[in-house]
Design a protein around this ligand. Structure first.
Ligand code: DAK
Length: 257
């Protein structure tokens, strides 16, 4: 499918989706949110999806403020829904998702990143939820997902003050997996993606689901779900291949069955 505001490189192993509105620092308007949702659906059979922003300055500098200016409550609700559909989809698909944060990740941009399974940031990255500066709250799940990553105290400080953190501080508070030089960011994300793509596809997809669903469950229920998943995987070709390959001292060739 042809897209206007995003670039999509689709590949069975690692797909890359780039938000491509560099003149607006890749701000997310509704059209871009719809395109991203469509692209993530299209790439959901890839083992890994990398999300990043075009240009040198921004991953995504937030929801598009110009588009939000004339909105009333009903349009705002619909706009927020677009963000929630996209971020929930990112969490639900079997692909591992990696945010390559190459500059500003503000507001809706940070909310997009924290819906991903991993976040790698370039040294120039700045991350924050400045919505209160505009008189609104985060609207794409930021109040919930940021808390789960960095804890209530730090999340509240970021959300109530609207202050950004730099990449080093983001790493210190557990908001990003690692900080890498700008020119090495995509290469680094791809190398992590390649490692994931070599592992058992069913196992990685199950592990993602267990982590995501487990958050909303009691520890007991989540552990029971883990035991059931573990048992189910024993009936797969991938499990037989993975264990045989270990015993035969060769790399495993997984088929996802
Ligand atoms: N939206 C629209 N355009 C943006 C933008 C944004 N978020 N961020 C940057 N731009 C545009 C600028 O308007 C400018 O366009 P021109 O004037 O050149 O046409 C261009 O990108 C370059 O930006 P600057 O000239 O401002 O560049 P600087 O280097 O001076 O500053 C900056 C960079 C990132 C510090 C600054 O652009 C900035 O503060 N941007 C806004 C960051 C921000 O506040 N982001 C959060 C947006 S609010 C909800 C639903 C959703 C949300 C909330 C509620 N509900 C329904 C409840 C989500 C909210 C947000 O994400």
């Amino acid at each position: 499918m042809a897209y206007e505001n995003i670039l999509v490189e689709r590949d069975p192993a690692i797909s890359t989706i780039t938000v491509n509105r560099p003149k607006a620092l890749n701000a997310l308007n509704s059209h871009t949110l719809r395109e991203l949702t469509q692209a993530v659906r299209e790439c959901a059979d890839s083992r890994v999806i990398i999300l990043t922003g075009a240009g040198e300055r921004a991953f995504v500098a937030g929801a598009d403020i110009a588009e939000m200016v004339p909105m009333g409550p009903w349009q705002a609700r619909e706009f927020s829904e677009l963000g929630h559909v996209l971020t929930a989809l990112i969490e639900d698909i079997p692909s591992a998702t990696i945010a390559a944060v190459n500059g500003y990740a503000l507001g809706g941009g940070l909310e997009l990143a924290v819906a991903c399974d991993m976040i790698f940031a370039s040294e120039n990255a700045r991350l924050g939820l400045p919505e209160v500066t505009l008189g609104v709250t985060p609207g794409f799940g930021g109040t919930q997902r940021l808390v789960r990553l960095v804890g209530k105290l730090r999340a509240k400080e970021m959300i109530f003050t609207g202050d950004w953190v730099d990449a080093r501080r983001a790493y210190e508070i557990g908001l990003v997996n690692a900080v890498v030089p700008r020119e090495k960011l995509l290469e680094h994300c791809r190398s992590i993606g390649q490692k994931i793509a070599l592992k058992g596809p069913l196992a990685v997809a199950r592990a993602k689901r267990l982590v995501e669903r487990g958050y909303d469950m009691t520890l007991r229920a989540a552990n029971r779900q883990e035991a059931e998943s573990f048992a189910l995987l024993f009936d797969t070709q991938d499990r037989r291949e993975g264990m045989s390959a270990f015993v035969e001292k060769r790399p495993a060739k997984f088929t996802g069955r």
